[in-house]
Every structure is written in C-alpha cells, then in structure tokens.
Ligand binder design. Structure first.
Ligand SMILES: [Zn+2]
Length: 342
C-alpha cells in the first residue's frame, strides 16, 4: 500500500497538523480531492513513533513501525470505518467481517451501518496498545444515518480516553449539524493547477491540460477519465460532437460523466456570451454571426438548471441511447440559441 500523498494535498496536510486543536477533525472535500487519502495521512502522522522534534511539520516519518503498520492497515490503534464500496479505496481487504454471504453477488453497500459504528466505538474505548492514543477514521461521514451519528455523538463529546477522530466528508450539507459542530473543519482546496499538471504528466498523460480543464481542474478525475478512454483527443472532439448532435459518437459515455461535461459546456458558452474566454473547453468556438445575448443567457441558464436535475438522477438505469439523445438535443439548442425561439 503506497503511502505517498497526492502532491496538492501536501501543503493542506501541513497546515491541518499545525492548526489542529480539537481531538476531532472534519475533512471536507469532493471525492476527487482525495479526502480519504488525506484523512489516512492525518492518522499516520498522529500514530508515527518518531519523536515529533525529528519530524518537520509533524508529518509522518514513513519509516517507523507505526507508519509501517498504518500503511499495512494493521495498526492496532487505528480503525478505518468506511462502507463496503470504499474498502478497496481505503486499502482494506474486501468485507472481512463477512456480514453477508452474498457479498460477491450484490452491489457493495454505500452505507456505514450502526453496528459497525458501535463496534468501532467499543474499539476506541479500549486502552491504546501501541501508540499513546487511538484513532478512529470515518469516511464519508454523511453516510452515517441518524442512529449511527447519535451513537457517535456522545463519544465525540466526552472521549473516554486519549483518542482522535477524523471524519472525511464529501457533502458537509448532508452531515448532521450536531456532528459538524463538534469537529474542527479542514477544507481541502481545489488542487493547484501547476502541481496537478505536473502530476498528470508524471502519470504519463498526454496533453494533460486539455483533460484537466475538461474535468473541472480535478486531477484524479482527469486521470480516471483518460484511463477510461476519454483522453485529450476525446475531449477536444467533445464540443463539436455536441453541437452536431453526434449521439452515436458519445455512446458508451457514462451518463453522470456526460451530464457534467454538458454542464461545463453550458458554463463555457455562458462565459463567451458574457465576453469571457471558455475555461473547460478552450476549443469551443464562439457562436458565429449576430448573437441574441439575452436569449442565449436565458436558454443556457435554464438548460444548466435542467442538467442539474438530470445529474441528480444520473445514477438511475436510464435507457442510455435515448437519454443521451435527449441530453444532446436540449444542450445543443441552448448552445446555439441565436435564431431559435425559446
Ligand atoms: Zn513514523
């Protein structure tokens, strides 16, 4: 299990370690920013056994027995509480609890179950066996249901012994306010563009800037998209495919990816209508001929709102070709709203 943290998370990690005052931290950041990796890096720093005076910035040394055990996910004072669906991402073996015999045939659960929370709280109440404290990491904390969150609340309020909590969270608005208010917040910033590009190039990505821009500046998503075949060439083609209504060319795109890309395309057209350069798709040509700016802005705003409702449903098993057609048709007419009636 590699312990290297993404380079754009290095400065925020140092800052979080320097500023940390509470025993519970809430790490907020979209999945693409690596809140889980970041939370694990925090736990690793807390459990590192090299004297703090020999570790600049309080970062983990990466060489001691404590660091090694965290990297192996077998540290006796660390508990990672993640749903089944994130066990692999957290570096954990598949459902070791074996709570269901059908684990292989059904979709991995996205929930954090209350029984798992109770077991983790029992664990954290025990005396630390190796380090001077116990660490409980929960991610994503918004997946705790009311019962599970309430079970956790009391321990957060009055920890029974030396312990630290790190709660990772992609959607803080979905988190119970009582939970949020008991934690010190760490907000992961948008990755620095230069660092993101350097990292993507080091991963062997060609024309990384094109993919990074199309993916909203989020390097992990950019790499994932490129590996799934949506590389620089695919993103370069994308605006003209939409403008030409080329549904066949976009067949096979996962709907959530397509919806998000269409939203970015609308935003870019809106920027152009306001006299600003396109950001996600620099190759999107500005509309030719006279533009009914107000009409275009109205159509784009409306379509962006409609796409947001589609994004909320994009996990649904729609009939994909029909869905792609409908998405393209609507977006296309908004992008080209010069002469069309609303
Ligand atoms: Zn260490």
């Amino acid at each position: 299990m590699s312990a290297a943290l993404h380079p754009w998370l290095d400065a925020p990690l140092r800052e979080a370690l320097a500023r940390q005052q509470a025993h519970a931290l809430l790490v907020q950041g979209a999945q693409d920013r690596g809140p889980l990796d970041f939370s694990i890096a925090l736990a690793r720093a807390w459990l590192c056994e090299t004297p703090a005076s020999q570790r600049p910035g309080g970062l983990a040394c990466g060489r001691c027995g404590g660091c090694h055990l965290v990297d192996e996910r077998s540290h006796p004072d660390l508990r990672l509480l993640v749903p089944e669906s994130l066990r692999a991402a957290a570096g954990l073996p598949a459902d070791e609890a074996g709570e269901s015999g059908s684990a292989k045939t059904r979709k991995p659960s996205r929930e954090i179950k209350v029984d798992a929370v109770r077991a983790a709280l029992e664990f954290i109440g025990l005396t630390p066996s190796r380090a001077g404290l116990k660490v409980l990491l929960i991610h994503p904390a918004e997946e705790l249901n009311l019962v599970a969150a309430n079970a956790l609340l009391k321990t957060l309020e009055e920890p029974p012994g030396p312990m630290r909590f790190v709660l990772g969270c992609g959607a803080p608005q979905a988190l119970l306010p009582t939970l949020r208010s008991r934690c010190q917040s760490v907000v992961l910033p948008r990755p620095d563009r230069e660092a993101a590009l350097a990292w993507l190039q080091a991963q062997g990505l060609q024309d990384a800037a094109i993919v990074l821009d199309a993916c909203g500046g989020e390097p992990l998503r950019a790499l994932e998209q490129a590996r799934e075949g949506r590389d620089a060439e695919a993103w370069r083609r994308f605006p003209s495919q939409v403008l030409q209504g080329d549904g066949a060319g976009l067949a096979g795109w996962p709907l959530p990816v397509l919806v998000e890309a269409l939203q970015r395309l609308c935003e870019d057209r809106l920027r152009q209508a306001l006299g600003l350069p396109a950001r996600a798709f620099p190759q999107l040509e500005p509309p030719k001929g006279p533009v009914a700016t107000e009409r275009m802005i109205a159509a784009l705003t409306e379509t962006a709102a409609w796409l947001r409702t589609r994004a909320a449903q994009a996990d649904h098993p729609w009939s994909a070709p029909l869905a792609i057609e409908a998405l393209l048709q609507r977006t296309r007419s908004a992008l080209d709203a010069r002469s069309r009636p609303l």
